[in-house]
Design a protein around this ligand. Structure first.
Ligand SMILES: Nc1ncnc2c1ncn2[C@@H]1O[C@H](COP(=O)(O)OP(=O)(O)O)[C@@H](O)[C@H]1O
Ligand SMILES: O=P(O)(O)O[C@H]1O[C@H](CO)[C@@H](O[C@H]2O[C@H](CO)[C@@H](O)[C@H](O)[C@H]2O)[C@H](O)[C@H]1O
Length: 462
C-alpha cells in the first residue's frame, strides 16, 4: 500500500479526530475538505509511520479554498500501542491492505519520535523534510521520545533528560518566530532560554520553508512559573502570609528585561510615529470589535474600552520605541531553574498571523501580559468555590504585590518603567484580556469569568 492510499484511508478518521485536539484552531468551523500537502514516511519503504502536512479547508473565498495547514504524525499498527491514551487513537482503518489496523497520533510512539531525533542528529534531508543542526556538540540519536503531558498549544516530545522537541501543529510559511527569536537569543549567548540544538522544516507549495519542529535543551530541574504561583496562591487559604513569591516575581521582571535588552541588540528596532501609534490604538479597537462579535458579553464594556485605547494614542503624541518581543508571555512560559528564570515559547499569540507576530512592538506588551498572568493565578484560587470576600481580598492583594514586584524587577533590570506609561499599560492589559476572553471562550469556557472580571475592573478605571 502506498502513501497516498494510506492517506486517503486515513482522511475520514482525521476529520473526526482533529476537532478533539487542543491544538486544533478550527474549532466551531465546519471542515469542508482535507487536502494532503505532502506525506513523508519516516523510514524508507515504510508508509505506516507517516509525517503528514494536511490542509484543512473551511469553505472558499472567490474559488480559493480557505483553511490552515496542520502537521500530523500518524502511526499505523495492527494493535493499539501499549500505554497510548484514548485521545491519541484516531480509530481503525476500514479500507485497503491496512483495513482493520489502528491509526494513532504517533507523537505518543517512542519509536517514531525516536526516528525524528535520528534525522535531527544527522542534520539530513528526508523527502520534503530538511533537518538543521546548530553548531555544537553532537546530539544523542538513540533516545526514544515520550510525549509531554504539559498543557500546550502544540505537541512536545521529551528525549531522556536532555532534549525536548516541539512539533508545531498549525503551520505557516516562513520561519516560526519561536525558532527565529530562540536562535537569535542562543547566538547572542543568552542563558535566559533553553539553547536551540536543531530544527526541521519543509517547503510548502513553493513558498519559503516553514518551520515544523524545534529541538531545544530540556530543563530537567525546572519548575513551571504557573505551577509555582498556584502553589503559593493555594496556601492563602490556610495562611494569609505564605512564602514570599514577590522575590521570584522581581527576579522574573529582571529576566524579562534582560531578554528584551538582548533582543533589542540582536534584532531590528524601530520607533512608531504619531500616526503609527494611532494605528496601534485602532488595531486594539478592531480586535475588541471582533471579540465582541464572538463573545457578546463584552458589548457592555465596548465604549469604556475604546476610550482607553483613544487615551493611549493621546498620551503618546511622539510615538514610542518598538522591538521584537516574546509576544505571549505568561507564567506558564517561565521556568524557574537553579540558575534563575528561563523563558520559553517565543511563538507569539497563536491567534495572530505570523506576519503580525513578527512585527516589532512595544516591549511593555510582554510586561502587561505577565501582569495578566498574576491576576489569572489569583483568580484561579477563587474559581468554582462559594463567594468568600476575605479570600477574594487576599487573592487581590497577592496579585497586586506580585505585579508591583515584577514591574520593579523589570525596571531594575533596565526595562522601561511601566509606571511611567499608565495609559499604554492599561490599553495593553485590556488588549490582552480581550484576547483571553476569546481564547477562553474557544478553548476553556469555564475559565471565561477570569478575563471577563479583569475587563470589568479595567473598564471601571477609564
Ligand atoms: N526546554 C524545556 N525544558 C523543560 N520543560 C519545557 C521546555 N520547553 C517546554 N517545556 C514544558 O512544556 C510546556 C509547553 O511548552 P511551550 O513551548 O509553551 O509549548 P506550546 O507552544 O505548545 O504551548 C511548558 O510550559 C513547559 O512545562
Ligand atoms: O499555549 P500557549 O502557552 O502558547 O498560550 C495560550 O494558552 C495559555 C494558557 O495555557 C493562555 O494563557 C492564559 O492562561 C494562563 C493560565 O493558564 C495565564 O497565566 C495567562 O495569563 C493567560 O493569558 C495564552 O493566553 C494562550 O495564548
Amino acid at each position: 500500500m502506498g502513501v497516498s492510499e494510506l492517506i486517503q484511508a486515513a482522511l475520514p478518521l482525521i476529520t473526526d479526530w482533529l476537532p478533539t485536539q487542543r491544538w486544533y484552531a478550527g474549532k466551531g468551523r465546519a471542515i469542508t475538505g482535507l487536502t494532503p500537502v505532502v506525506g513523508t514516511p519516516l523510514q524508507v519503504g515504510d508508509p505506516s509511520l507517516l509525517h503528514l502536512l494536511l490542509r484543512v479547508e473551511h469553505g472558499a473565498t472567490g474559488g480559493t479554498p480557505q483553511g490552515d495547514i496542520y502537521q500530523l504524525l500518524l502511526g499505523t499498527r495492527t494493535e493499539e500501542p501499549a500505554g497510548i491514551g484514548p485521545g491519541a487513537v484516531l480509530g481503525r482503518l476500514t479500507q485497503g491492505p491496512y483495513d482493520g489496523a489502528v491509526l494513532y497520533d504517533a507523537v505518543h510512539d517512542p519509536e517514531l519520535t525516536g526516528r525524528l531525533l535520528e534525522h535531527l542528529a544527522t542534520g539530513d534531508r528526508f523527502g520534503s523534510l530538511s533537518f538543521r543542526r546548530t553548531p555544537g556538540p553532537g546530539l544523542p540519536a538513540n533516545l526514544p521520545g515520550r510525549a509531554s503531558t504539559a498543557e500546550q498549544s502544540n505537541s512536545s516530545v521529551i528525549y531522556g533528560t536532555s532534549l525536548i522537541l516541539k512539533l508545531f501543529r498549525r503551520i505557516s510559511p516562513g520561519t516560526n518566530p519561536d525558532l527565529e527569536l530562540s536562535l537569535a537569543l542562543s547566538r547572542a549567548g543568552s542563558t535566559r532560554i533553553p539553547r536551540v540544538a536543531a530544527w526541521f522544516e519543509s517547503r510548502l507549495e513553493r513558498a519559503e520553508p516553514a518551520t515544523l519542529g524545534l529541538l531545544q535543551r530540556y530543563l530537567p530541574d525546572a519548575e513551571d512559573g504557573w505551577e509555582l504561583a498556584l502553589d503559593q496562591v493555594g496556601r492563602l487559604k490556610g495562611d494569609p502570609s505564605p512564602g514570599n513569591f514577590a522575590i521570584e516575581a522581581h527576579r522574573l521582571g529582571r529576566a524579562t528585561a534582560e531578554v528584551h535588552r538582548v533582543l533589542a541588540r540582536s534584532m531590528p528596532v524601530a520607533r512608531l510615529d504619531r500616526t503609527q501609534t494611532r494605528q496601534l490604538a485602532t488595531a486594539m479597537a478592531d480586535r475588541l470589535d471582533s471579540a465582541v462579535a464572538a463573545v457578546p458579553g463584552l458589548l457592555r464594556y465596548r465604549s469604556a474600552l475604546r476610550s482607553a485605547f483613544q487615551q493611549l494614542a493621546d498620551a503618546h503624541p511622539d510615538g514610542m520605541p518598538v522591538q521584537r518581543i516574546h509576544g505571549d508571555l505568561h507564567l506558564g512560559q517561565a521556568m524557574r531553574t537553579p540558575q534563575g528564570w528561563v523563558l520559553l515559547d517565543f511563538e507569539g499569540e497563536p491567534a495572530k498571523t505570523v506576519a503580525e507576530r513578527r512585527e516589532p512592538q512595544t516591549a511593555l506588551r510582554d510586561v502587561a501580559a505577565m501582569l495578566r498572568s498574576f491576576d489569572y493565578a489569583a483568580a484561579h484560587l477563587l474559581a468554582g468555590g462559594p463567594v468568600d470576600p476575605e479570600l477574594a481580598h487576599l487573592a487581590a492583594a497577592w496579585a497586586a504585590r506580585n505585579r508591583t514586584a515584577y514591574c520593579a524587577g523589570y525596571t531594575a533590570g533596565g526595562g522601561t518603567d511601566p509606571a511611567a506609561s499608565p495609559e499604554l499599560m492599561r490599553a495593553l492589559e485590556i488588549d490582552k484580556a480581550v484576547y483571553e476572553v476569546v481564547y477562553e471562550a474557544r478553548h476553556r469556557p469555564s475559565w471565561l469569568p477570569i478575563p471577563l472580571a479583569a475587563i470589568n475592573r479595567l473598564a471601571l478605571t477609564v
